[in-house]
Design a binder for this molecule. Structure first.
Ligand code: GL2
Length: 830
């Protein structure tokens, strides 16, 4: 991978051989060639899957020359690369994005048509690589797209999980997880490079020895290792010729199996080592926003960062590069605490392998890392037991202890006599067991620490890491998240994109603030009509998809009210459910008539972590309520619930453009940012939301009139928590809330079983950590305001246009610009 062999004399050895010709004929030739030579079939004998795989290879071939050129150009320029270290990349389907980035969509469509193939039939063959849980993984995918589009040299590093996020099914309304076999029908977008595999070590012990100069040194004597095999993915920039790399590591046993044992007939024993090693990249941990303190997870984390650091130093830098200058060439972004073990790993490499002294190594390491925190939940911050770390990575634990000692002496020097403070800031926690607080280690090591929305960054400073932010105020900064408009506007909403281009001209896809130019058109009745027609068409597209995918029939003419995100108590799907049950209860008890309801369909999409009982019970309850509500004749078809299983990026791409109302109703101070909120606003949905995460900034930009704010803000939540919150008193004081909860408790939704949903309801009544009952009335009242606005379709459409026009700020291109300026201190390549 280092370039041409030095003895090659043929002129083509030093440059890529070039792409197939960029026209329909060239495309057809290439496609048929791929079908024949890669799939081994003729066109007439080919299956849809053959055709899809051949199409993917064809598109790859077009990108290939640019990818090779990008690598050569970047290495030759010797500029700084952004190394994005992330345990998750929730990529979504690749085909359309690659066609868009390489300007091949029309050519491919026409070429395939000549072959008697409909491109749309091939698109749906692709199984999305679900190598992430939710927002954090999707953010990583948006960021690498923007970096490529902005011509920034970057490598995304991660894990090639053999099974990504589970496929969700419902059985009697309960979530049942199925393995995600995304690789089963072929993986046409990846390039494995087994010859470039690197070894990753684990276990063993450390020992001291004297080097040749008599200097006392330490070395790690590991007891087992695995091979990390790189799989490269192309990350094409939008129409700019740059193709960056995403390098995902797959684990393989170093000795495939022990032949002697195999020959003796003990097959199981023979493959055990292989199974053990390969388990490391077998499955994605399906926990979202909360960590799983499992040994295998720590193995995964070290596995991918050790391989990535080794890869960068050995393969991306020229031989003999002086590692004292490493910060000139790389800046590693730590995507949450998952990759933080990279810090002691780099120290180990520099000290033990390259003979640096401690201070030199620390100086380099400090400059090479920055850290993004993505949470506010205290229980979501990873703490690894020292017992486990010491067993798996003994040298790293020693280094962490030493970093901590040095750090604590600085604390004691700065704040003499404040031993409590030193204890609070120690990277080593003592309870409930001795453990390493990875967020503290990251904060001490990183040059910059950032939160992911303004409010989050503020709370990060004030509540999560207050002592650190007093010590180093300049270290802390904010970069508000963003989403890539290529996938989440252009590809997912082609009709809106066309309308925008028609109205303000091209160029907005890489300069999203230009959407502002749409503002005056909000007052143009003709434009409003066209805008509303786009929304209507998107709803039809969704209706077709849900009918085919889930057998769900969406009624016509309803307000489409959408809540899609991971199932988590803090996100408060239960509050949305209480609203629905409350409407239903009022109709069936005759308090209001069905005619009073605004026709509304609520769409849920949510996966629950398999071990998260409350979340799974909530899914069950939603499905039970849906069954009852959808069948109730009293409602006269004016209230419906749709809960398609297995919400993923692919479904989001059709669902979001169709939505009228975006539900962003987390308890204030809990959602770090959210990125779904941005996607909805950019696609012309209005938000009902709390003052939380990036909602705050969305509301500020679109204006109070065009955002339905409700509920307590963060200071009010804190004050209520401090005063003592009693959800039972909300229940007693609010007859409608009481009637709503009583209906669930009566067994109405559970075939008379009064206890089926005790866990959910009694939790709300007795504990309600996320204060759903406290915000219930405000939520219901604000929903009434939503309905009022919706009744005036002109006013509604005007607001939705202003949402699109005013949310260009939330492009991930802008986020990347902020990282470049405030954190990485580098600029795009010229
Ligand atoms: C999250 C936050 O919960 C979410 O609010 C944020 O938008 C994303 C991206 O910054 O990160 N943190 C986290 O652990 N997950 C998230 O989605 N899984």
């Amino acid at each position: 991978r280092l370039g041409p062999a030095s003895t090659a004399t043929h002129p083509l050895a030093t440059a890529p051989v070039g792409s197939p010709s960029h026209n329909v004929d060239g495309f057809v030739r290439e496609f048929l060639h791929e079908l024949n030579t890669n799939q081994g079939v003729t066109l007439s004998a080919s299956s849809l899957n053959d055709q899809y795989l051949a199409l993917a290879s064809t598109v790859k071939n077009y990108l290939m020359a640019r990818w090779l050129e990008t690598g050569l150009k970047t290495r030759a320029a010797k500029v700084k690369t952004v190394g994005y270290l992330s345990a998750e990349y929730l990529l979504g389907r690749q085909l359309d994005n690659a066609l868009l980035a390489s300007d091949l969509a029309d050519i491919a469509e026409k070429g395939l048509e000549l072959c008697g193939i409909d491109l749309a039939d091939l698109r749906v063959q692709e199984v999305e690589p679900g190598l992430g849980n939710g927002g954090l993984g999707r953010l990583a995918a948006c960021f690498i797209d923007s970096l490529a589009t902005m011509d920034v040299p970057s490598i995304g590093y991660g894990i090639r999980y053999e099974y990504g996020i589970f496929r969700q099914t419902f059985v009697d309304g309960r979530q049942v997880e199925q393995p995600d076999t995304w690789l089963a029908l072929g993986a046409p977008w990846e390039f494995p490079h087994p010859e470039s595999a690197v070894q990753v070590h684990f276990g063993g012990h450390t020992e001291r020895y004297a080097d040749d100069g008599g200097q006392e040194r330490t070395r790690w004597v590991p007891s087992w290792n695995v091979l990390a095999v790189p799989y490269n993915y192309m990350v094409p920039g939008y129409l700019n010729g740059r193709v960056n790399t995403l390098r995902l590591w797959s684990a393989q046993a170093t000795k495939a199996f022990d032949l002697q044992i195999f020959n003796s007939g003990d097959y199981a024993q023979a493959v055990r080592a292989q199974t053990f090693a390969e388990n490391i990249s077998k499955v994605l941990y399906p926990e979202d926003s909360t960590p799983q303190g499992k040994e295998l997870r720590l193995q995964q984390q070290y596995f991918f960062v050790a391989a990535s650091l080794r890869d960068f130093i050995d393969h991306e830098l020229e031989p003999g590069f002086d590692l004292h200058r490493l910060p000139e060439r790389i800046t590693f972004q730590l995507n949450d605490t998952h990759p933080v073990i990279a810090v002691p790993e780099l120290m180990r490499i520099l000290i033990d392998e390259h003979g640096f002294d401690w201070d030199e190594a620390w100086e380099v390491t400090r400059q090479c890392f920055d850290y993004t925190c993505h949470t506010l939940l205290p229980e979501a911050l990873e703490v690894w037991p020292t017992e486990l770390l010491g067993r798996l990575l003994p040298r790293h634990l020693e280094i962490i202890f030493q970093i901590n000692d040095q750090f604590l002496s600085l604390v004691r020097q700065t704040y003499p006599g404040d031993e409590m403070l030193a204890r609070r800031m120690s990277m080593i926690s003592e309870h409930p067991e001795r453990g390493v607080r990875m967020a503290f280690l990251a904060t001490v090591a990183a040059s910059r620490v950032n939160g992911v929305a303004e409010l989050h960054s503020q709370l990060l400073r004030d509540k999560v890491l207050p002592d650190f932010s007093s010590l180093w105020p300049e270290k802390f900064t904010n970069v508000t998240n963003g989403v890539t408009p290529r996938r989440f506007v252009r590809l997912s909403n082609p009709l809106l994109s066309e309308l925008i281009t028609d109205t303000i001209g091209a160029g907005w896809l890489t300069d999203l603030e230009r959407l502002k130019e749409l503002e005056p058109y909000a007052d143009d009745p003709q434009f409003r009509e066209r805008f509303a027609a786009v929304k209507a068409a998107n709803k039809h597209r969704l209706t077709d998809l849900l009918r085919a995918r889930d057998g769900i029939d969406l009624p016509d003419g309803h307000l489409l009210d959408v809540m899609v995100k991971r199932l988590h108590e803090y996100k408060r799907q239960s509050l949305k459910l209480l609203h629905i049950v409350s409407l239903y209860e009022q109709v069936i008890s005759g308090k209001i008539s069905a005619a009073d309801l605004t026709p509304r369909t609520v769409v849920f999409g949510a996966k629950a972590a398999p071990g998260y009982r409350m979340a799974k019970d909530t899914i069950h309850l939603i499905n039970k309520v849906a069954a009852k509500v959808n069948a109730a004749p009293e409602l006269e078809e004016r209230l419906k619930i749709a809960f398609p299983a297995n919400y993923n990026v692919t479904l989001a791409e059709t669902l979001i453009p169709a939505a009228d109302l975006s539900e962003q109703i987390s308890l204030a101070g809990m959602e770090a940012s959210g990125t779904g909120n941005m996607k909805f606003a950019l696609n012309g949905a209005l938000t009902i939301g709390t003052d939380d995460g990036a909602n705050v900034e969305i509301r500020r930009l679109v204006g109070d009139k065009h955002f339905f704010l409700f509920g307590m803000d963060e200071p009010a939540v804190s004050a209520l928590g401090a005063k003592g919150y009693n959800p039972g008193s909300c229940y007693e004081a609010n007859p409608q809330l009481k009637a709503t909860l009583d209906l669930i408790l009566s067994g109405h939704f559970s075939d008379g079983d009064r206890h089926l949903f005790d866990s959910v309801v009694y939790n709300l009544l007795n504990q309600d950590r996320f204060m759903a009952l406290a915000d219930f009335q405000a939520y219901v009242d604000t929903q009434a305001k939503v309905e009022e606005r919706y009744a005036d379709q002109e006013a509604w459409t005007r607001s939705t246009i202003l949402n699109v026009a005013r949310t260009g700020y939330f492009s991930s291109d802008r986020s990347m610009r902020d990282y470049l300026q405030r954190i990485w201190h580098t600029s795009p390549m010229l």
